[in-house]
Design a protein around this ligand. Structure first.
Ligand SMILES: Nc1ncnc2c1ncn2[C@@H]1O[C@H](COP(=O)(O)OP(=O)(O)OP(=O)(O)O)[C@@H](O)[C@H]1O
Length: 464
């Protein structure tokens, strides 16, 4: 029995290595989990399904999979090239109830662009893959909802994009805007076409983590992009794996050594890795200038900094907190703070990172007062709303332990970097350029200190 298992393992390794190949990453969904976790609506109850969702022919009405049905249409790339061009403008179709643009694949968006597929959707609108007849290339067009507040926000996003691309020599940090126009009351922003988001990639990979050397490379580029934005006095405010896109859709399949003896949930012994680590930031719809008012709630829940939750005012450091959460997610495969609620979120932070500093709690706004008892102590576990909530907090490990569960080499350096990015007090948090000079990025692999030789007082001081 034992030897046959060994033989099987050996065989499977050979087979897997032989079938290593490059594959084009499909943009289609394989499950019906949300493709993009929305920003503020994330905390709200799910919307009822729309009255009508038509799959054949593929007319798109707003949210992609609200019916929970995985659509059967798939348009392989070859088909894109042979789409018969429709003559003239398509007939006018009413927007859906949320102001989303309705279209048919093959329609034109002005005579210049022909719609090939839908690539994504967010709060602001839908992103369509289109063929640019003038430049003979595929582009991604964000078609904004025909709602005044989103149209106004889109104009601000266009201003930010133009500012970003003016200074970004080589255009390597942020998605490049190519054009914009107003079509049937929808502002359309034309972008270079990029690959899948890091979130899409993790999801397609059954939430298997990335190797540490890839995390390092992604983290370095992410910090460079954010340092660049901060130099231009811009704060992204919505950094999350959904808003970080791989430049290329190509990936390779490699054996997943962790799971060689048994397949993962999806029955696979393989894991996918991007062929190229190049990434770019997208979604500047919430980007804010340094001098604007910074008291409203920003960021998607999981990546929201404590100063935003406590209402003590936020600034550049809120982006660095989000990057800390993202790096943990890339190492572990799952979001660090999986919660929908402020008190539970703060309790999770305390569990992973230790107690909140009293001086921040004392400055918390009136809405956050109720999360604390006298003496600036979090009202936890007393304030928990359910046993599940208690369990969700309790099962979280300390940050060093969490990292050590997933990372082999460089764990000491990575933990030290994360403790700098996830400092509660925004004034003490690492800045983007400081983080880039951290040994996690500057030290070679051979020099990196194993975790057990690097002193991390938090690990030893924090009880329980
Ligand atoms: N240039 C691009 N190339 C390929 N796909 C893209 C591109 N831009 C956006 N997408 C896809 O469309 C999705 C939505 O885009 P985007 O984040 O800009 O929309 P949004 O409405 O501003 O989202 P949010 O709800 O976060 O504000 C992305 O997650 C991504 O999957």
């Amino acid at each position: 029995m034992q030897s046959s298992v060994h033989r099987e393992k050996g065989n499977s390794i050979t087979m897997i290595l032989e079938t290593r190949r490059n594959v084009e990453f499909q943009h289609r969904n394989v499950d019906n989990r949300p493709r993009k976790r929305p920003r503020l609506t994330w905390d709200a109850a799910p919307l009822p399904p729309p009255p009508q969702t038509v799959f054949h022919p593929p007319v798109y009405y707003g949210p992609e999979f609200t019916s929970g049905v995985v659509p059967t249409f798939v348009y392989p790339n070859m088909f894109y090239n042979s789409l018969p061009p429709r003559q003239g403008s398509p007939p006018w179709r009413p927007d859906d109830k949320d102001g989303h643009f309705s279209f048919l694949v093959g329609d034109t968006l002005t005579p210049r662009y022909q719609i090939l597929s839908k690539m994504g959707e967010g709060t602001f609108g839908q992103v369509l893959e289109c063929f640019d007849n003038k430049n003979n290339e595929a582009v991604a067009i964000k078609v904004i909802r025909s709602v005044p507040k989103y149209r106004e926000a889109a104009m601000i996003e266009i201003g930010v994009l133009q500012r970003l691309s003016r200074h970004d020599v080589g255009g390597s940090r942020c998605v490049q805007i190519r054009n914009w126009f107003d079509y049937r009351n929808h502002i359309c922003i034309v972008f270079e076409k990029l690959g899948p988001s890091l979130y899409d990639f993790l999801r397609k990979n059954s939430y298997r983590s990335f190797p540490i050397d890839l995390v390092r490379e992604l983290g370095r580029q992410l910090l460079e992009s954010v340092a660049y934005m901060h130099d231009l006095r811009l704060i992204h405010t919505d950094l999350k794996p959904e808003n970080i896109l791989l430049v290329s859709s190509e990936y390779i399949k490699i054996p997943d050594y962790k799971f060689l003896s048994r397949p993962t949930r999806d029955g696979s012994y393989f894991k996918n890795l991007p062929k190229s680590s190049a990434i770019k930031l997208i979604d500047f719809g919430s980007t804010t200038l340094e001098h604007q008012d910074h008291n409203h709630i920003v960021s998607t829940r999981h990546y929201r900094a404590p100063e935003v939750i406590l209402g003590v005012g936020w600034n550049y450091p809120c982006d660095l907190w989000s990057i800390g959460c993202i790096l943990v997610e890339l190492c572990s495969g799952e979001a660090l703070f999986q919660t929908h609620e402020n008190l539970e979120h703060l309790a999770m932070m305390e569990r992973v990172l230790g107690p909140l500093p009293p001086h921040m709690v004392l400055r918390a706004d009136r809405r956050s007062d109720r999360y604390f008892r006298r003496g600036a102590k979090l009202d936890w576990p007393e304030g928990a709303t359910s046993r599940d909530s208690l369990k969700a907090v309790w099962k979280l490990p300390r940050l060093p332990n969490l990292i050590m569960q997933h990372v082999d080499h460089s764990a000491g350096d990575l933990i030290d970097l994360l403790l700098g990015l996830l400092r509660y007090d925004p004034t003490e948090r690492l800045k983007a350029r400081e983080a880039l000079n951290h040994p996690f990025f500057t030290r070679s692999r051979e020099q990196s200190i194993p975790f057990n030789q690097s002193p991390h007082p938090f690990l030893y001081n924090h009880k329980n």
